[in-house]
Design a protein around this ligand. Structure first.
Ligand code: HEM
Ligand code: HEM
Length: 207
């Protein structure tokens, strides 16, 4: 394991890639299973399983994001590809916003449920009650913010994914390949006949 944060490489490490893709899948699954409707509907006994699955996936996103931030402090980062200043700024801003949402989406849900007076309910019947008293209007507001942010993270991730595809197809600069396992990255480079990569595919050795 490389623990020297000053070194750089051409790709994200396999652990960083695993965090990225497992989180992306869990966010998508949580979004698709988002419980909608009135509070009575969301917390109806007939909706228990779907809500528990959604809350469990959301908590997995939260836990993975915490671990990912810790890992990021000790992992190497790929060398940035040369980009126009506005594009580089936009990419960084979108990634920072995604990180913020990975925490804000679960936190607004957790606090919203607790302020509304509901325990968190996870799969296998696990429940976590609020450590403070209910304040229902605050909870309702937080639950509404949670649904807006839940929609927002999907829109932003969609834009971010389209940008990654744009880099691959039009700029051919290796940005997408940096987040893919080498074997998959090589396969898509070969399939699309790409040869002009600004960032090599292999993981660079320590500098
Ligand atoms: C990244 C993770 C998450 C995403 C993307 C997400 C997304 C969403 C979305 C889009 C909705 C609205 C669904 C609709 O109106 O059709 C929703 C509702 C809800 N989510 Fe999440 N959620 C996440 C994490 C969590 C977590 C961790 C919890 C609880 C611990 C949770 C609990 C709820 C609840 C209770 C509602 C219903 C809100 C209400 O009272 O109207 N979610 N979620
Ligand atoms: C919910 C879905 C997603 C979320 C929350 C997300 C979040 C993130 C975040 C926070 C980073 C910054 C990583 C770091 O520097 O530590 C990142 C990087 C990246 N993501 Fe995603 N992502 C999602 C989906 C996707 C998809 C679908 C694609 C590809 C089609 C993609 C391609 C990339 C690439 C190529 C990078 C590296 C960008 C660079 O080095 O400048 N992501 N993503």
């Amino acid at each position: 394991m490389n623990t020297d944060s000053s070194t750089t490489s051409s790709k994200y490490g396999s652990v960083a890639q695993a965090f990225h893709w497992v989180t992306a899948i869990a966010v998508l699954a949580a979004f698709m299973l988002g419980p909608g409707g009135s509070e009575q509907h969301v917390y109806a006994a007939s909706k228990d399983f779907g809500r528990q699955l959604h809350e469990t996936l959301g908590l997995i996103v939260f836990a993975l994001s915490l671990l990912r931030m810790l890992w990021r402090t000790v992992d190497t980062h790929p060398q940035p590809v040369p980009l126009a200043p506005l594009m580089a700024f936009t990419a960084k801003a979108v990634q920072a916003a995604l990180y913020c949402l990975l925490f804000a989406v679960p936190l607004t849900a957790i606090l919203g449920a607790w302020f509304e007076g509901h325990p968190l309910t996870f799969l296998a019947g696990l429940q976590v009650s609020a450590p403070f008293g209910a304040a229902h209007p605050v909870g309702v507001a937080l639950a509404a913010i949670h649904t807006w942010l839940g929609d927002g993270i999907l829109w932003l991730a969609g834009f971010h994914a389209l940008a990654a595809i744009f880099h691959h197809v039009f700029l051919q600069d290796g940005v997408l390949s940096a987040m893919l396992p080498t074997r998959i990255a090589r396969a898509i480079e070969l399939r699309s006949g790409r040869t002009r990569m600004k960032r090599p595919l292999g993981r660079a050795s320590r500098t």
